[in-house]
Design a protein around this ligand. Structure first.
Ligand code: NAP
Length: 288
């Protein structure tokens, strides 16, 4: 089978992992990094180091950008825009949806096929089950290069709007960060009783995993829009006062849980206390 030539620009923790997966799968892989020393390990693996960005871009029809942010994508690619014409740019640099759309428009203006990617993995997970690659933008580019993307994780095309991958990526990260903050809050609570964070994690992990089973039901309530249907835990019942008082008594910050209590309070104050907990979605959707 013919192996596609691929260029990877940016060899930080993630770019290096992506490039290594390509090399291991037998793709001729050209790599470039602003700090050249980061290419050494990949060259030892079988990649070819390009001395300059023009050399890197012209080595392959498929160019992967895994840089720090949208500004660094422009720093690296603007000077070589003409060389990118006719090639495919797969940009897996984390950006906002608006920045992804702006880079896609820039690419279209230079005749570059553009695919935006959001990586739902940390570098050691690349190529392993559990890693997924969210894509948006050119569907033709996605279909053509899906085997490359699947080397990194299970890939999905979310739509032609290039901002969609970033939107989903950031929305999923919102859940992750708030969950982690909740875990740290709990760990700080039990620390006062001499419990280590490690010991607490052994209890928290199965509990939080079990609770993810509630997401589909809560989502069905949100989508149905009926927060009065029977079987829902009410907002009044969900009052976090005990949790907040117990935290304050431990002398720890209540900021993490105050946020949730405030979302509940706004609905209760609007006379919705008897309705389901999923109604805090409305507090998020309609800022105070
Ligand atoms: P990193 O280790 O900090 O690497 C950043 C890379 O960007 C380096 O190659 C750095 O070059 C380069 N860079 C920064 N500014 C530059 C500029 N102005 N011009 C040229 N190169 C520039 O970050 P990373 O973990 O590889 O992440 C790369 C992208 O993947 C980010 O957008 C990140 O959000 C995304 N991502 C990362 C993870 C993760 O767990 N690491 C997960 C999902 C998505 P130098 O080596 O010369 O500094």
């Amino acid at each position: 089978m013919t192996k596609t030539n691929v260029t990877v620009l940016g060899l930080g923790a993630m770019g290096a992992a992506l490039a290594a997966a390509l090399v291991r799968a037998g793709h001729p892989t050209a790599v470039w990094n602003r700090t050249p020393a980061k290419a050494h390990a990949l060259v030892a693996l079988g990649a070819t180091a390009a001395d300059t960005v023009p050399d890197a871009v012209t080595a392959s029809d498929v160019v992967v950008a895994c840089l720090l942010d949208a500004a660094s994508v422009h720093d690296v690619l603007d000077p070589v825009a003409d060389l990118l014409t006719g090639r495919t740019l797969i940009n897996v640099t984390t950006t906002t949806p608006e920045q992804a759309r702006e880079i896609a428009a820039w690419a279209a203006g230079h005749g570059v096929a553009y695919l935006d990617g959001g990586i739902l993995a940390v570098p050691p997970m690349i190529g392993l089950p559990g890693s997924s690659i969210l894509c948006s933008g050119s569907e033709a580019a996605f279909e053509q290069h899906r085997p490359l993307l699947d080397l990194w994780g299970a890939s999905t095309h979310l739509g032609d709007d290039p901002g969609l991958a970033s939107l989903y990526d950031l929305a999923l990260l919102a859940g992750m960060y708030v969950m982690f903050a909740g875990f740290f809050h709990g760990a700080a609570m039990v620390a006062g009783a001499g419990v280590s964070a490690t010991a607490f994690a052994r209890r928290a992990a199965p509990w939080l995993s079990a609770m993810t089973g509630a997401l589909a039901g809560l989502a069905a309530v949100v989508d149905g829009g009926d927060y009065t249907a029977p079987g829902q835990q009410s907002l009044d019942f969900s009052d976090l006062r005990d949790l907040i008082d117990a935290s304050a008594a431990q002398g720890i910050s209540t900021e993490v849980v105050d946020v949730v209590q405030e979302l509940i309070r706004r609905q209760v104050d609007a006379g919705r206390g008897g309705e389901g907990f999923a109604r805090i979605y409305e507090s998020v959707k309609h800022p105070a």
